[in-house]
Design a protein. Sequence first.
Lengths: 477, 397
Amino acid sequence: MVFTEDVFLFYFLPLVLLVYYLIPYQRDPKPGKSRYWMRNLWLTAVGYIFYSWFEPWFVLPMMFTNVADYLFGLYLGRDDVPSGRRKLVLIVSMCMNLGLLGLFKYGVFTQENLNHLLAAVGHPTFSVLQIAFPIGISFYTFHSMSYIIDIYRGERPVKSFADFSCFVSLFPQLVAGPILRYNVLSLQLHSRTHSLSLFSRGVMLFFLGFAMKILLANPVGRIADAAFGAQAPHAIDAWWGVLAYAFQIYFDFNGYSVMALGLGMLFGFELIRNFNAPYHADSITDFWRRWHISLSTWLREYLYISLGGNRKGERRTYINLALVMLLGGLWHGAQWQFLFWGGIHGTMLGIERWSGKQPFYANSPRWLRVGVTFGVVLITWVFFRADGLPHAFSYLGSMFGLGHPGPFADLLKAEIYDRHDLINMAVCAVAVAQPFQSYEFGKRLSWGKFAVAFALFLAGVVMMYTQSFNPFLYFQF
Amino acid sequence: MRKLELTFAFALLAVIAGFPLIQAGHEAVVDKEAPHVFDLLRKIPSKENLHRWDDNSKDRSVFAKWLRPVTLQLRYDLFGEMAPKSVKGEGDWLFYNQDVDYLLQPTYASDRFYKGTFDTLIAGKRVNPRNPLVAMEDFRDRLKARGIELLLVPIPGKPSIYPEKLWHGVQGQPASPTLALLDDLKRRGFNVADLFHPLLDAKAAGAPQLYLKRDTHWTPQGMEVAAEALAGRIKQMIPDPDTAAALGPRDSIVFTPRYMIKDTTVNRWGDIAEMTKVPDRRKIWPEESVPATQILDAKTGKPYQDDPASTILWLGDSYSRIYQTDAPGSAGIISHVAYRLNRPLASIVNDGGASTVVRQQLARRGELLQGKKLVVWTFVERDLRFGSKGWQVQELP
């Protein structure tokens, strides 16, 4: 189920809200017991339904992770467990989570590369076993891992299974984040505020996110698909295509994140902000403070710091940085191109760190810094969007005039420069360039904002019926 | 502030709860059916059932039925936007996006063509089932084992012949990637027929419009150019007594013909114009009217009819259907090839299904293979990439 289809909007969401607010909560819960445990249980149940809509059996690995990590958490939270055993439990939990992730997400990739290796040494290859990829497994696995790591680091475990499974399977953030650290949500699971003020802010954010996905991301996505689908586009068309993809991925993922934030607020949760005008960044370091903030925070907290961060000398700092970005790249998908994407960002971050967390173009005017940073980001998006590493390089070649446009390459223009394409791209450019971010826009309500947001939402609902199925890009991760 | 907050909350709830309530009310009162939301509880929640319910839900939505046409018309009026299957060309020409994408995207010779697919073992060989050559070779070998020849006939899509009508800046007359496939097929020992050069030559010679402006298919004139070339190729392959008596070009009849011709006119709105889904499409784009020629039985005057006992079996898609079973009838390529060969053909035609579905249908009607000497397998070139059900290997009875 996705937020922008009628089954979610007109059946799932109203039903979930209705039952949620009918469920009573305990004003004076027993010590250790969540005030909202029944509501959390309801959210867990509907989280499973939401998730199983993609493929019912997908819930099995999630359930398994939930139960196992809940038990591991309880054990780790005991005061009488010796530190050696605590470490062992942590390792077992990490192996289990990463093992499942590895099996489902990297199983085919590993087999394929093993085949390449076998073929290279003249050994017969084997048939690749196809493994279905449970949508969003990277997200809920990271949620679950953060819980265990936080408990290991001293947080108190939840007593209630309902609370824990609610944290992992909370449907607004289940399949595409924001990736929450357990300590962000632990208090809210126990005791949160349901207020009209928060609810209405949630509505505002949901309206804006919905419009972003339907009105901005989907239309320009068609341009990106056409350009990246072409065998060898002309340079100008290739740049146009990657620009369209930059808009698509931003409005798609940011739209989803803003909707997730808004939906969370409808149920009293304040999730974390995931984007902060990333294309206004004036360096790659700055970009990573603004893009997919929850992932960069997660990687910093649980990977970079665990590896020693910047505490073990300069050389080790660079190695850690590179490792984190490479793994961050690989987290997005089991393909070499994502490693490259992470590698380029890691290299840029390393260079900027070496020059005092500033880019080499730090002394130029801000508009130029922002432009150059955006240019670098555009180039890295090629690796993100391409159909494999060879395609990424050939597409980059096309962008820089090194490609060999096919005899029909001109026909691409008919698909990507129609009047509505130009209008859609212009609207996206304005939406990216303007200073208001939906998160801030939704902080203070006004009648004018209501009119804008509600009109955009209604336009989105109307457009939804004329668009074919458009899942969110980040579902594949 | 509280009033404003209440308005926000009410606005969301009114939309998300109002839509399903009105839908359920409509189904109960107007359709006199139980609200379809209850269908969810009646079936096992398997992936297929859930997704079927989803699709059904969209189809039955009263709001979708009302909003879709209004929105599509508005989008066209304001931005010139059409449903994504159609691509606007120069002037009043429209193109089918798969026809265009076929020319733009990697061919079967590129690794990218196989992205997301896996090799599989077929007859002890590891092959990629998406590769059309695998199915073609398999089909040819199965026919050969029965003493039947196979003739492969890729049909040019509209943008291959009229690229300049799609985008004015196209230089010269680019060569379709299908021509490389034809060369490859010849190298692999296939019998092939090239319809590209006859159509391009006719265009260069100033022939009347060979493809319909707002339809994926050829005009009767384009179809006749193809029929002429194809009949000639078939005559080369099976020189039997019938063929010796076959007709030449229409105005060089020298012997007793089995068929006669009748001139008529065909009017078509165009399938791409339909694909735009713009409600006022029939006001925006006029019907195209083109001359056509029906093939009639010379003795009875009745329209041409297939003969299942023919030595030639024709497999095809909508390019074989247009003018043949569509209006005016018996004026399509099958009739015209039969006319030029002076004998009827047997045929299996499936819209969009020439890559695999026609062979599946043949497998179910195995008796059609009896007494055959030649199978003519026609398919539009875009099917090499987008063929419905791909290019599956199909056993024959």
